[in-house]
Write a protein that binds this ligand. Structure first.
Ligand SMILES: [Zn+2]
Ligand SMILES: [Zn+2]
Length: 641
Protein backbone atom coordinates (compact mmCIF):
# COMPACT_ATOMS: atom_id res chain seq x y z
CA UNK A 1 0.00 0.00 0.00
CA UNK A 2 1.02 3.58 -0.53
CA UNK A 3 -0.24 6.76 1.05
CA UNK A 4 -0.75 9.34 -1.68
CA UNK A 5 -0.63 13.08 -1.15
CA UNK A 6 -1.81 15.05 -4.15
CA UNK A 7 -1.24 18.79 -4.48
CA UNK A 8 -2.92 20.92 -7.13
CA UNK A 9 -0.34 23.28 -8.58
CA UNK A 10 -0.60 25.69 -11.47
CA UNK A 11 3.15 26.08 -12.01
CA UNK A 12 5.52 23.98 -14.08
CA UNK A 13 8.52 24.80 -11.88
CA UNK A 14 9.68 22.07 -9.54
CA UNK A 15 10.76 23.78 -6.29
CA UNK A 16 7.63 22.66 -4.43
CA UNK A 17 8.03 19.10 -5.65
CA UNK A 18 11.74 19.16 -4.78
CA UNK A 19 11.01 20.37 -1.24
CA UNK A 20 8.77 17.33 -0.70
CA UNK A 21 11.35 15.01 -2.27
CA UNK A 22 14.12 16.44 -0.06
CA UNK A 23 12.08 15.94 3.11
CA UNK A 24 11.02 12.40 2.19
CA UNK A 25 14.69 11.56 1.54
CA UNK A 26 15.65 13.03 4.89
CA UNK A 27 13.28 10.54 6.57
CA UNK A 28 14.47 7.71 4.34
CA UNK A 29 10.95 7.08 3.10
CA UNK A 30 10.58 5.29 -0.20
CA UNK A 31 8.33 7.31 -2.42
CA UNK A 32 7.28 8.00 -5.98
CA UNK A 33 6.96 11.75 -6.36
CA UNK A 34 6.27 13.37 -9.71
CA UNK A 35 4.64 16.43 -11.20
CA UNK A 36 2.18 16.24 -14.07
CA UNK A 37 -0.91 17.97 -15.45
CA UNK A 38 -1.10 20.65 -12.82
CA UNK A 39 -0.58 18.35 -9.88
CA UNK A 40 2.19 16.93 -7.74
CA UNK A 41 1.58 13.30 -6.85
CA UNK A 42 3.49 11.92 -3.86
CA UNK A 43 3.05 8.22 -3.15
CA UNK A 44 4.84 7.29 0.11
CA UNK A 45 5.39 3.79 1.44
CA UNK A 46 2.56 3.57 3.95
CA UNK A 47 4.17 1.15 6.41
CA UNK A 48 7.19 3.31 7.29
CA UNK A 49 7.23 4.11 11.01
CA UNK A 50 8.26 7.72 10.39
CA UNK A 51 5.65 8.49 7.72
CA UNK A 52 3.54 10.66 10.05
CA UNK A 53 6.64 12.52 11.23
CA UNK A 54 7.63 13.08 7.61
CA UNK A 55 4.17 14.38 6.69
CA UNK A 56 4.24 16.76 9.67
CA UNK A 57 7.63 17.98 8.56
CA UNK A 58 6.30 18.60 5.05
CA UNK A 59 3.45 20.66 6.51
CA UNK A 60 5.95 22.69 8.50
CA UNK A 61 8.61 23.18 5.88
CA UNK A 62 6.66 23.41 2.65
CA UNK A 63 6.53 27.10 1.72
CA UNK A 64 3.28 28.84 0.87
CA UNK A 65 3.13 29.29 -2.88
CA UNK A 66 1.14 31.42 -5.27
CA UNK A 67 0.64 28.35 -7.39
CA UNK A 68 -0.47 25.81 -4.79
CA UNK A 69 -4.22 25.44 -4.86
CA UNK A 70 -5.46 22.53 -2.78
CA UNK A 71 -4.42 19.11 -1.55
CA UNK A 72 -6.04 15.74 -1.09
CA UNK A 73 -4.92 12.29 0.06
CA UNK A 74 -5.88 8.70 -0.65
CA UNK A 75 -4.40 5.20 -0.65
CA UNK A 76 -3.38 3.01 -3.57
CA UNK A 77 -2.17 -0.58 -3.89
CA UNK A 78 1.28 0.04 -5.44
CA UNK A 79 4.13 0.20 -2.95
CA UNK A 80 7.04 2.58 -3.89
CA UNK A 81 10.35 0.70 -4.09
CA UNK A 82 13.03 3.41 -3.86
CA UNK A 83 13.78 6.90 -2.59
CA UNK A 84 12.86 9.60 -5.13
CA UNK A 85 15.86 11.43 -6.61
CA UNK A 86 16.10 15.22 -6.44
CA UNK A 87 15.96 16.81 -9.83
CA UNK A 88 17.28 20.35 -10.18
CA UNK A 89 18.70 20.84 -13.68
CA UNK A 90 18.43 24.62 -13.41
CA UNK A 91 17.95 27.16 -10.60
CA UNK A 92 15.25 29.85 -10.31
CA UNK A 93 15.12 32.99 -8.18
CA UNK A 94 12.78 32.70 -5.21
CA UNK A 95 12.30 34.04 -1.72
CA UNK A 96 13.57 31.97 1.21
CA UNK A 97 11.80 28.84 2.40
CA UNK A 98 10.69 28.58 6.07
CA UNK A 99 13.68 26.35 6.99
CA UNK A 100 16.30 28.69 5.55
CA UNK A 101 14.69 31.74 7.14
CA UNK A 102 14.60 30.01 10.49
CA UNK A 103 18.23 28.97 10.20
CA UNK A 104 19.30 32.52 9.33
CA UNK A 105 17.67 33.86 12.49
CA UNK A 106 18.79 31.03 14.79
CA UNK A 107 21.67 32.14 17.05
CA UNK A 108 23.01 28.60 17.26
CA UNK A 109 23.20 27.97 13.50
CA UNK A 110 26.23 28.28 11.21
CA UNK A 111 24.27 30.78 9.17
CA UNK A 112 23.06 33.22 11.82
CA UNK A 113 22.71 36.55 9.97
CA UNK A 114 24.31 35.02 6.88
CA UNK A 115 22.49 36.69 3.93
CA UNK A 116 23.48 34.02 1.39
CA UNK A 117 21.44 31.39 3.23
CA UNK A 118 19.44 29.30 0.77
CA UNK A 119 18.87 25.68 -0.21
CA UNK A 120 18.26 23.70 -3.38
CA UNK A 121 14.56 24.66 -3.22
CA UNK A 122 14.76 28.38 -2.40
CA UNK A 123 16.72 31.61 -2.63
CA UNK A 124 18.28 33.70 -5.35
CA UNK A 125 20.17 30.79 -6.90
CA UNK A 126 19.66 31.75 -10.54
CA UNK A 127 21.43 35.09 -9.94
CA UNK A 128 24.75 33.29 -9.61
CA UNK A 129 24.44 30.98 -12.60
CA UNK A 130 26.91 31.58 -15.41
CA UNK A 131 26.59 28.52 -17.65
CA UNK A 132 25.10 25.04 -17.88
CA UNK A 133 25.19 22.35 -16.64
CA UNK A 134 24.12 23.77 -13.29
CA UNK A 135 27.09 22.86 -11.10
CA UNK A 136 29.16 24.91 -8.70
CA UNK A 137 31.96 25.32 -11.23
CA UNK A 138 29.54 27.09 -13.57
CA UNK A 139 28.40 29.65 -10.98
CA UNK A 140 30.02 32.70 -9.40
CA UNK A 141 30.57 30.52 -6.30
CA UNK A 142 33.23 28.56 -8.19
CA UNK A 143 36.14 30.19 -6.32
CA UNK A 144 34.57 29.58 -2.92
CA UNK A 145 35.45 26.17 -1.55
CA UNK A 146 32.78 24.83 0.75
CA UNK A 147 33.92 23.98 4.30
CA UNK A 148 33.58 20.36 5.41
CA UNK A 149 30.20 20.96 7.08
CA UNK A 150 28.79 22.60 3.94
CA UNK A 151 30.28 19.97 1.73
CA UNK A 152 28.75 17.24 3.93
CA UNK A 153 25.34 18.86 3.64
CA UNK A 154 25.61 18.95 -0.15
CA UNK A 155 26.20 15.21 -0.18
CA UNK A 156 23.64 14.26 2.46
CA UNK A 157 19.89 13.95 2.17
CA UNK A 158 17.87 17.05 3.10
CA UNK A 159 17.11 20.46 1.67
CA UNK A 160 20.77 21.25 1.05
CA UNK A 161 21.49 18.09 -0.92
CA UNK A 162 22.88 19.05 -4.33
CA UNK A 163 22.72 22.69 -3.30
CA UNK A 164 25.53 23.88 -5.54
CA UNK A 165 25.78 27.30 -3.85
CA UNK A 166 25.93 25.98 -0.30
CA UNK A 167 28.04 28.15 2.01
CA UNK A 168 28.15 29.46 5.58
CA UNK A 169 30.05 31.96 7.71
CA UNK A 170 33.19 29.86 7.83
CA UNK A 171 33.48 29.27 4.07
CA UNK A 172 31.24 31.91 2.56
CA UNK A 173 31.19 35.37 1.08
CA UNK A 174 32.32 38.40 3.10
CA UNK A 175 30.22 41.55 2.74
CA UNK A 176 31.33 45.17 3.10
CA UNK A 177 29.50 48.31 4.09
CA UNK A 178 31.00 51.47 2.66
CA UNK A 179 30.07 55.09 3.26
CA UNK A 180 31.92 58.29 2.38
CA UNK A 181 34.38 58.02 5.26
CA UNK A 182 34.38 54.49 6.63
CA UNK A 183 34.40 50.94 5.45
CA UNK A 184 33.51 47.88 7.50
CA UNK A 185 33.57 44.16 6.72
CA UNK A 186 31.49 41.25 7.89
CA UNK A 187 32.65 37.65 7.84
CA UNK A 188 31.15 36.06 10.95
CA UNK A 189 27.84 36.08 12.81
CA UNK A 190 28.77 39.01 15.07
CA UNK A 191 30.10 41.25 12.34
CA UNK A 192 27.19 40.45 9.98
CA UNK A 193 24.73 41.35 12.69
CA UNK A 194 26.48 44.66 13.32
CA UNK A 195 26.58 45.33 9.59
CA UNK A 196 22.80 45.08 9.24
CA UNK A 197 22.29 47.01 12.48
CA UNK A 198 24.43 49.88 11.17
CA UNK A 199 22.70 49.79 7.78
CA UNK A 200 19.24 49.91 9.37
CA UNK A 201 20.22 52.85 11.58
CA UNK A 202 21.54 54.76 8.59
CA UNK A 203 18.29 54.16 6.75
CA UNK A 204 16.44 55.42 9.82
CA UNK A 205 18.61 58.57 9.66
CA UNK A 206 17.23 59.29 6.17
CA UNK A 207 20.24 57.90 4.33
CA UNK A 208 19.91 56.14 0.99
CA UNK A 209 21.27 52.61 1.16
CA UNK A 210 22.32 50.67 -1.92
CA UNK A 211 22.44 46.89 -1.36
CA UNK A 212 23.67 44.26 -3.74
CA UNK A 213 21.09 41.67 -2.71
CA UNK A 214 21.17 38.12 -4.02
CA UNK A 215 18.48 39.30 -6.47
CA UNK A 216 20.47 42.29 -7.69
CA UNK A 217 20.98 45.91 -6.68
CA UNK A 218 18.26 47.63 -4.71
CA UNK A 219 18.22 51.18 -3.40
CA UNK A 220 16.47 51.53 -0.04
CA UNK A 221 15.15 54.70 1.54
CA UNK A 222 12.39 55.84 3.87
CA UNK A 223 8.85 55.73 2.54
CA UNK A 224 8.67 59.55 2.64
CA UNK A 225 11.26 59.69 -0.16
CA UNK A 226 9.33 57.60 -2.69
CA UNK A 227 9.22 58.26 -6.41
CA UNK A 228 7.07 56.74 -9.15
CA UNK A 229 9.25 53.61 -9.49
CA UNK A 230 9.39 52.81 -5.78
CA UNK A 231 8.05 49.64 -4.24
CA UNK A 232 6.88 49.64 -0.63
CA UNK A 233 8.49 46.82 1.34
CA UNK A 234 6.34 45.75 4.28
CA UNK A 235 8.81 44.31 6.76
CA UNK A 236 6.58 43.44 9.70
CA UNK A 237 4.22 40.60 8.79
CA UNK A 238 2.17 41.16 11.94
CA UNK A 239 1.44 44.75 11.00
CA UNK A 240 0.86 44.49 7.26
CA UNK A 241 -2.90 44.81 7.65
CA UNK A 242 -2.47 47.93 9.83
CA UNK A 243 -1.15 49.71 6.77
CA UNK A 244 -2.76 47.93 3.83
CA UNK A 245 -6.34 46.89 3.06
CA UNK A 246 -5.90 43.39 1.73
CA UNK A 247 -8.12 40.55 0.65
CA UNK A 248 -6.92 37.17 1.94
CA UNK A 249 -5.54 36.23 -1.48
CA UNK A 250 -3.35 39.35 -1.54
CA UNK A 251 -2.00 38.73 1.96
CA UNK A 252 -1.14 35.12 1.09
CA UNK A 253 0.48 36.15 -2.18
CA UNK A 254 2.72 38.70 -0.45
CA UNK A 255 4.06 36.07 1.96
CA UNK A 256 4.38 33.29 -0.63
CA UNK A 257 7.83 31.90 -1.52
CA UNK A 258 7.57 33.68 -4.89
CA UNK A 259 7.35 37.00 -3.01
CA UNK A 260 5.82 38.93 -5.91
CA UNK A 261 5.18 42.63 -6.17
CA UNK A 262 1.46 43.36 -6.07
CA UNK A 263 -0.59 46.51 -6.40
CA UNK A 264 -2.77 46.90 -3.30
CA UNK A 265 -5.01 49.39 -1.53
CA UNK A 266 -3.44 51.52 1.20
CA UNK A 267 -5.05 51.88 4.61
CA UNK A 268 -2.44 54.03 6.35
CA UNK A 269 -3.53 57.68 5.90
CA UNK A 270 0.05 59.02 6.00
CA UNK A 271 1.03 56.67 3.18
CA UNK A 272 -1.98 57.79 1.14
CA UNK A 273 -0.80 61.36 1.56
CA UNK A 274 2.79 60.51 0.65
CA UNK A 275 1.70 58.50 -2.40
CA UNK A 276 -1.03 60.99 -3.31
CA UNK A 277 -3.20 58.03 -4.23
CA UNK A 278 -4.77 55.07 -2.46
CA UNK A 279 -2.82 52.19 -3.97
CA UNK A 280 0.84 51.15 -4.00
CA UNK A 281 3.15 48.45 -5.35
CA UNK A 282 4.06 46.35 -2.36
CA UNK A 283 6.41 43.47 -1.52
CA UNK A 284 7.45 41.43 1.51
CA UNK A 285 11.23 40.86 2.03
CA UNK A 286 12.43 38.05 -0.22
CA UNK A 287 16.18 37.47 -0.12
CA UNK A 288 18.54 37.13 2.85
CA UNK A 289 19.78 40.74 2.68
CA UNK A 290 16.25 42.18 2.68
CA UNK A 291 15.05 39.87 5.44
CA UNK A 292 17.99 40.73 7.72
CA UNK A 293 17.67 44.45 7.03
CA UNK A 294 13.97 44.09 7.82
CA UNK A 295 14.70 42.38 11.14
CA UNK A 296 16.95 45.27 12.20
CA UNK A 297 14.49 47.91 10.97
CA UNK A 298 11.72 46.27 12.99
CA UNK A 299 13.87 46.69 16.10
CA UNK A 300 13.82 50.43 15.38
CA UNK A 301 10.02 50.35 15.21
CA UNK A 302 9.86 50.64 11.42
CA UNK A 303 7.10 48.69 9.64
CA UNK A 304 7.88 49.55 6.03
CA UNK A 305 10.55 51.02 3.82
CA UNK A 306 10.70 51.94 0.13
CA UNK A 307 13.09 50.58 -2.47
CA UNK A 308 13.63 50.34 -6.18
CA UNK A 309 15.58 48.01 -8.45
CA UNK A 310 18.63 49.84 -9.77
CA UNK A 311 22.09 49.09 -11.15
CA UNK A 312 25.45 49.30 -9.44
CA UNK A 313 26.12 52.86 -10.63
CA UNK A 314 23.19 54.20 -8.67
CA UNK A 315 24.05 57.03 -6.31
CA UNK A 316 23.64 56.33 -2.59
CA UNK A 317 24.95 57.42 0.82
CA UNK A 318 25.98 53.92 1.81
CA UNK A 319 26.73 50.79 -0.15
CA UNK A 320 26.50 47.17 1.02
CA UNK A 321 28.11 44.79 -1.45
CA UNK A 322 30.36 41.80 -2.11
CA UNK A 323 32.64 40.41 -4.79
CA UNK A 324 30.44 37.95 -6.66
CA UNK A 325 28.93 38.41 -10.07
CA UNK A 326 25.13 38.57 -10.03
CA UNK A 327 22.79 38.57 -13.01
CA UNK A 328 19.66 40.48 -12.25
CA UNK A 329 16.23 39.37 -13.47
CA UNK A 330 13.30 41.74 -13.66
CA UNK A 331 11.01 41.17 -10.68
CA UNK A 332 7.74 39.30 -10.78
CA UNK A 333 4.57 41.38 -10.59
CA UNK A 334 1.38 39.48 -9.98
CA UNK A 335 -2.17 40.60 -10.68
CA UNK A 336 -4.88 39.14 -8.52
CA UNK A 337 -8.45 39.54 -7.44
CA UNK A 338 -10.85 37.18 -5.67
CA UNK A 339 -11.35 35.01 -8.76
CA UNK A 340 -8.07 34.98 -10.61
CA UNK A 341 -4.35 35.51 -10.29
CA UNK A 342 -1.75 35.70 -13.02
CA UNK A 343 1.77 36.97 -13.58
CA UNK A 344 1.59 40.44 -15.10
CA UNK A 345 5.25 40.95 -15.91
CA UNK A 346 8.85 40.10 -15.02
CA UNK A 347 11.33 37.30 -15.55
CA UNK A 348 11.84 36.07 -11.99
CA UNK A 349 10.25 32.67 -11.14
CA UNK A 350 8.87 32.20 -14.70
CA UNK A 351 12.36 31.77 -16.18
CA UNK A 352 14.34 29.66 -16.78
CA UNK A 353 11.77 27.00 -17.66
CA UNK A 354 11.66 23.55 -19.17
CA UNK A 355 8.32 23.17 -20.89
CA UNK A 356 6.33 21.91 -23.89
CA UNK A 357 7.45 19.33 -26.48
CA UNK A 358 10.84 19.85 -28.13
CA UNK A 359 10.96 21.27 -31.67
CA UNK A 360 14.02 21.58 -33.88
CA UNK A 361 14.15 25.37 -33.73
CA UNK A 362 15.23 28.27 -31.57
CA UNK A 363 12.92 31.12 -30.59
CA UNK A 364 14.82 34.33 -29.97
CA UNK A 365 13.65 37.61 -28.40
CA UNK A 366 15.61 40.57 -27.03
CA UNK A 367 17.26 38.69 -24.19
CA UNK A 368 15.70 35.26 -24.04
CA UNK A 369 15.94 32.15 -26.12
CA UNK A 370 13.91 28.96 -26.32
CA UNK A 371 15.68 25.86 -27.60
CA UNK A 372 15.20 22.10 -27.60
CA UNK A 373 16.71 20.23 -24.67
CA UNK A 374 15.99 16.55 -24.54
CA UNK A 375 12.28 16.09 -25.06
CA UNK A 376 11.30 19.60 -24.08
CA UNK A 377 11.96 23.24 -24.90
CA UNK A 378 14.18 25.18 -22.53
CA UNK A 379 13.77 28.92 -22.04
CA UNK A 380 16.52 31.03 -20.58
CA UNK A 381 18.77 34.03 -21.06
CA UNK A 382 20.71 34.06 -24.34
CA UNK A 383 24.07 34.45 -22.60
CA UNK A 384 23.88 31.00 -20.97
CA UNK A 385 24.13 29.13 -24.26
CA UNK A 386 26.57 28.31 -27.02
CA UNK A 387 25.51 27.35 -30.52
CA UNK A 388 23.08 24.52 -31.18
CA UNK A 389 22.06 22.59 -34.30
CA UNK A 390 18.44 23.14 -35.28
CA UNK A 391 16.39 23.46 -38.49
CA UNK A 392 15.37 27.07 -38.11
CA UNK A 393 15.37 30.19 -35.98
CA UNK A 394 12.23 32.18 -35.18
CA UNK A 395 13.35 35.66 -34.25
CA UNK A 396 11.41 38.61 -32.84
CA UNK A 397 11.08 41.46 -35.30
CA UNK A 398 13.57 44.18 -34.41
CA UNK A 399 16.28 41.80 -33.18
CA UNK A 400 18.98 42.47 -35.77
CA UNK A 401 21.31 39.51 -35.32
CA UNK A 402 21.40 36.65 -37.82
CA UNK A 403 21.08 33.31 -36.01
CA UNK A 404 20.32 30.87 -38.79
CA UNK A 405 20.27 30.61 -42.60
CA UNK A 406 16.64 29.59 -42.18
CA UNK A 407 15.50 32.56 -40.14
CA UNK A 408 11.89 33.73 -39.72
CA UNK A 409 10.78 36.97 -38.13
CA UNK A 410 7.73 37.09 -35.88
CA UNK A 411 5.67 39.96 -34.50
CA UNK A 412 5.50 40.70 -30.77
CA UNK A 413 1.72 40.49 -30.30
CA UNK A 414 1.45 37.34 -32.43
CA UNK A 415 4.06 35.68 -30.24
CA UNK A 416 2.28 36.71 -27.03
CA UNK A 417 -0.98 35.36 -28.45
CA UNK A 418 0.62 32.02 -29.38
CA UNK A 419 2.12 31.65 -25.89
CA UNK A 420 -1.44 31.68 -24.52
CA UNK A 421 -2.53 29.10 -27.11
CA UNK A 422 0.41 26.88 -26.18
CA UNK A 423 -0.09 27.18 -22.42
CA UNK A 424 -3.80 26.42 -22.70
CA UNK A 425 -3.30 23.62 -25.25
CA UNK A 426 -5.72 25.39 -27.59
CA UNK A 427 -3.98 24.28 -30.82
CA UNK A 428 -6.51 23.53 -33.53
CA UNK A 429 -9.22 25.66 -31.91
CA UNK A 430 -10.52 28.88 -33.42
CA UNK A 431 -9.55 31.75 -31.13
CA UNK A 432 -10.09 35.47 -31.23
CA UNK A 433 -8.06 37.69 -28.97
CA UNK A 434 -7.06 41.12 -27.79
CA UNK A 435 -3.57 42.35 -27.07
CA UNK A 436 -3.02 45.45 -24.94
CA UNK A 437 0.40 46.97 -24.36
CA UNK A 438 -0.10 50.74 -24.58
CA UNK A 439 -1.88 50.15 -27.90
CA UNK A 440 -4.92 47.90 -28.31
CA UNK A 441 -4.99 45.36 -31.14
CA UNK A 442 -6.91 42.23 -32.10
CA UNK A 443 -5.81 38.87 -33.46
CA UNK A 444 -7.40 35.77 -34.89
CA UNK A 445 -6.11 32.19 -34.82
CA UNK A 446 -7.86 29.78 -37.18
CA UNK A 447 -6.46 26.71 -35.47
CA UNK A 448 -3.22 26.87 -37.48
CA UNK A 449 -2.03 30.40 -38.04
CA UNK A 450 -2.43 33.65 -36.20
CA UNK A 451 -3.18 36.92 -38.02
CA UNK A 452 -3.71 40.48 -36.88
CA UNK A 453 -7.29 41.48 -37.66
CA UNK A 454 -7.12 44.93 -36.11
CA UNK A 455 -3.40 45.70 -36.11
CA UNK A 456 -1.89 47.97 -33.49
CA UNK A 457 -1.43 51.49 -34.74
CA UNK A 458 1.76 52.95 -33.39
CA UNK A 459 1.03 56.25 -31.70
CA UNK A 460 2.59 59.08 -33.68
CA UNK A 461 3.00 62.13 -31.48
CA UNK A 462 4.70 64.27 -34.14
CA UNK A 463 1.45 65.80 -35.41
CA UNK A 464 -0.70 65.21 -32.37
CA UNK A 465 -2.14 68.76 -32.19
CA UNK A 466 -2.82 68.90 -35.96
CA UNK A 467 -4.46 65.48 -35.85
CA UNK A 468 -6.94 66.75 -33.31
CA UNK A 469 -7.51 70.05 -35.15
CA UNK A 470 -8.31 68.19 -38.37
CA UNK A 471 -10.55 65.63 -36.71
CA UNK A 472 -13.85 67.27 -37.57
CA UNK A 473 -15.45 70.71 -37.96
CA UNK A 474 -14.86 72.76 -34.86
CA UNK A 475 -12.05 70.59 -33.49
CA UNK A 476 -9.66 73.51 -33.89
CA UNK A 477 -11.59 75.32 -31.14
CA UNK A 478 -10.74 72.49 -28.77
CA UNK A 479 -7.03 73.14 -29.18
CA UNK A 480 -7.50 76.93 -28.98
CA UNK A 481 -9.37 76.44 -25.71
CA UNK A 482 -6.73 74.07 -24.45
CA UNK A 483 -3.97 76.59 -25.13
CA UNK A 484 -5.96 79.33 -23.39
CA UNK A 485 -7.28 77.42 -20.38
CA UNK A 486 -4.65 74.77 -19.77
CA UNK A 487 -1.47 76.33 -21.16
CA UNK A 488 0.81 73.93 -19.29
CA UNK A 489 -0.84 70.86 -20.82
CA UNK A 490 -0.78 72.51 -24.24
CA UNK A 491 2.95 73.21 -23.98
CA UNK A 492 3.71 69.67 -22.85
CA UNK A 493 1.77 68.21 -25.78
CA UNK A 494 3.56 70.59 -28.13
CA UNK A 495 6.89 69.41 -26.71
CA UNK A 496 5.90 65.77 -27.30
CA UNK A 497 5.71 66.50 -31.03
CA UNK A 498 9.48 66.81 -31.28
CA UNK A 499 10.25 63.72 -29.22
CA UNK A 500 10.72 60.17 -30.45
CA UNK A 501 8.75 57.08 -29.40
CA UNK A 502 6.15 58.76 -27.24
CA UNK A 503 3.60 56.41 -25.74
CA UNK A 504 -0.13 57.01 -26.05
CA UNK A 505 -0.71 56.89 -22.30
CA UNK A 506 2.07 59.39 -21.70
CA UNK A 507 -0.03 61.86 -23.69
CA UNK A 508 -3.14 60.77 -21.77
CA UNK A 509 -1.40 61.31 -18.41
CA UNK A 510 -0.22 64.76 -19.54
CA UNK A 511 -3.75 65.79 -20.56
CA UNK A 512 -5.00 64.58 -17.18
CA UNK A 513 -2.29 66.68 -15.50
CA UNK A 514 -0.83 63.67 -13.67
CA UNK A 515 2.56 63.79 -12.05
CA UNK A 516 3.42 60.23 -13.17
CA UNK A 517 3.24 60.75 -16.93
CA UNK A 518 2.73 57.12 -17.94
CA UNK A 519 0.22 54.25 -18.17
CA UNK A 520 1.11 53.51 -14.53
CA UNK A 521 0.06 57.04 -13.56
CA UNK A 522 -3.32 56.72 -15.31
CA UNK A 523 -3.92 53.29 -13.73
CA UNK A 524 -3.13 54.69 -10.25
CA UNK A 525 -5.43 57.65 -10.83
CA UNK A 526 -8.26 55.37 -11.90
CA UNK A 527 -7.90 53.42 -8.63
CA UNK A 528 -8.84 56.58 -6.72
CA UNK A 529 -12.32 56.45 -8.18
CA UNK A 530 -14.74 54.41 -6.12
CA UNK A 531 -18.06 55.34 -7.73
CA UNK A 532 -19.99 53.50 -10.36
CA UNK A 533 -20.23 54.28 -14.03
CA UNK A 534 -17.99 56.86 -15.62
CA UNK A 535 -18.35 58.76 -18.83
CA UNK A 536 -17.99 57.57 -22.39
CA UNK A 537 -14.59 58.31 -23.94
CA UNK A 538 -14.20 58.03 -27.69
CA UNK A 539 -12.56 54.68 -28.48
CA UNK A 540 -13.26 54.88 -32.16
CA UNK A 541 -12.02 52.67 -34.95
CA UNK A 542 -11.25 54.42 -38.25
CA UNK A 543 -10.10 52.35 -41.23
CA UNK A 544 -9.97 49.30 -38.98
CA UNK A 545 -7.54 51.07 -36.61
CA UNK A 546 -7.82 52.63 -33.19
CA UNK A 547 -8.16 56.40 -33.63
CA UNK A 548 -5.68 58.15 -31.32
CA UNK A 549 -6.76 61.66 -32.31
CA UNK A 550 -10.43 61.05 -31.50
CA UNK A 551 -9.50 59.35 -28.23
CA UNK A 552 -7.29 62.21 -27.02
CA UNK A 553 -9.71 64.88 -28.26
CA UNK A 554 -12.45 63.27 -26.23
CA UNK A 555 -10.30 63.37 -23.07
CA UNK A 556 -9.32 67.00 -23.70
CA UNK A 557 -12.92 68.11 -24.04
CA UNK A 558 -13.92 66.45 -20.75
CA UNK A 559 -10.88 67.99 -19.05
CA UNK A 560 -11.87 71.44 -20.30
CA UNK A 561 -15.37 70.81 -18.96
CA UNK A 562 -13.83 70.31 -15.52
CA UNK A 563 -14.52 66.58 -15.03
CA UNK A 564 -12.36 65.25 -12.16
CA UNK A 565 -9.21 63.41 -13.18
CA UNK A 566 -10.01 60.23 -11.25
CA UNK A 567 -13.40 59.89 -12.98
CA UNK A 568 -11.65 60.54 -16.29
CA UNK A 569 -8.94 57.95 -15.65
CA UNK A 570 -11.48 55.39 -14.56
CA UNK A 571 -13.72 56.15 -17.54
CA UNK A 572 -10.85 55.69 -19.96
CA UNK A 573 -10.46 52.07 -18.85
CA UNK A 574 -14.20 51.59 -18.69
CA UNK A 575 -14.41 52.73 -22.30
CA UNK A 576 -11.52 50.46 -23.22
CA UNK A 577 -13.33 47.59 -21.55
CA UNK A 578 -16.41 48.24 -23.70
CA UNK A 579 -14.24 48.69 -26.76
CA UNK A 580 -12.47 45.36 -26.23
CA UNK A 581 -15.73 43.66 -25.44
CA UNK A 582 -17.60 45.01 -28.48
CA UNK A 583 -14.89 44.14 -30.96
CA UNK A 584 -14.23 40.71 -29.43
CA UNK A 585 -17.92 39.81 -29.62
CA UNK A 586 -18.17 41.10 -33.17
CA UNK A 587 -15.10 39.15 -34.29
CA UNK A 588 -16.23 36.08 -32.41
CA UNK A 589 -19.53 36.19 -34.29
CA UNK A 590 -17.87 36.69 -37.65
CA UNK A 591 -15.21 34.02 -37.25
CA UNK A 592 -17.22 31.51 -35.19
CA UNK A 593 -14.27 31.37 -32.81
CA UNK A 594 -14.86 29.30 -29.68
CA UNK A 595 -12.17 30.82 -27.46
CA UNK A 596 -11.17 34.32 -26.41
CA UNK A 597 -7.52 35.11 -25.67
CA UNK A 598 -6.27 38.07 -23.66
CA UNK A 599 -2.62 39.08 -23.46
CA UNK A 600 -0.43 42.15 -23.05
CA UNK A 601 0.74 43.64 -19.76
CA UNK A 602 -1.84 46.43 -19.69
CA UNK A 603 -4.68 44.01 -19.00
CA UNK A 604 -3.16 43.69 -15.51
CA UNK A 605 -5.25 46.60 -14.32
CA UNK A 606 -8.00 46.35 -11.69
CA UNK A 607 -10.17 48.98 -13.39
CA UNK A 608 -10.09 47.00 -16.62
CA UNK A 609 -9.62 43.28 -16.05
CA UNK A 610 -12.20 42.51 -13.37
CA UNK A 611 -14.93 44.15 -15.42
CA UNK A 612 -13.82 42.37 -18.58
CA UNK A 613 -13.95 39.11 -16.67
CA UNK A 614 -17.58 39.83 -15.81
CA UNK A 615 -18.44 40.69 -19.40
CA UNK A 616 -16.76 37.57 -20.69
CA UNK A 617 -18.34 35.26 -18.15
CA UNK A 618 -19.90 33.13 -20.90
CA UNK A 619 -16.51 32.54 -22.55
CA UNK A 620 -13.90 32.92 -19.79
CA UNK A 621 -10.80 34.32 -21.49
CA UNK A 622 -7.69 32.19 -21.93
CA UNK A 623 -4.61 33.83 -20.41
CA UNK A 624 -1.04 32.83 -19.62
CA UNK A 625 -0.47 30.43 -16.71
CA UNK A 626 3.24 30.03 -16.02
CA UNK A 627 4.48 33.00 -17.98
CA UNK A 628 3.70 36.68 -17.65
CA UNK A 629 0.89 38.10 -19.80
CA UNK A 630 3.45 40.82 -20.61
CA UNK A 631 6.16 40.79 -23.25
CA UNK A 632 8.29 38.13 -21.54
CA UNK A 633 5.89 35.48 -22.93
CA UNK A 634 7.01 36.18 -26.51
CA UNK A 635 9.93 33.76 -26.37
CA UNK A 636 7.42 31.00 -25.62
CA UNK A 637 4.98 31.94 -28.39
CA UNK A 638 7.89 32.34 -30.81
CA UNK A 639 8.26 28.56 -30.82
CA UNK A 640 4.90 28.27 -32.59
CA UNK A 641 5.30 30.88 -35.34
ZN1 LIG B 1 15.49 26.93 1.67
ZN1 LIG C 1 30.52 26.35 5.11
Amino acid sequence: MAFVLELQISSNQNYIQNTIIAISREYGIKAKIYQTDEKIVCAFESEHEKLQECLDSITQKLPASLFLKSSSSYRIEDEPKTLTELHNPYPVNLGLCPSCQKEMLDVSSRRYYYPFSSCSCCGGNYSFLQAYPYERKNTSFKFITPCSSCSDEMQSVGLKEKHHLNSCHSCGVPVRLVNKTTERYANDAGSFRTLFEVAAKALNDNKKLLIKTTLGYRLFYQAQMINNSSVLMMINAGKITDHLSLITEEFNALLSIERPIINVTLKNEDLKTIYNTNTAYVKYPDDGFCILLGVELQKLGIDFVAYEDVDEDCDADILMDYDLEVNQQSDMRVFLNKDISFVAEGERVSFPALDFDAKSLVSVTDEYVGLPQGEQMFFDSLEHFDSINVDRANVLEGVDEKYHTNQHLFLPEEASFMSVIAENKAFGKKCIGAYFDEEPSFLYYDGKNVVRVVPPKKFDASKILDDIINLRDGSDRLIINLEKNMPEVYQKLEALQTRESVKLFEAVAIILGLEDESMRGVVKEAMKFVGKGGIQIDTHVTDNRFDHGAFLASIISYQLAGVSTSIMAYSIFESFRDYFNDILQELKGKTKATEIVLCGVDFANQSLFSRMQRNLKMTPPLINKNYPIGKENRVVGGVYL
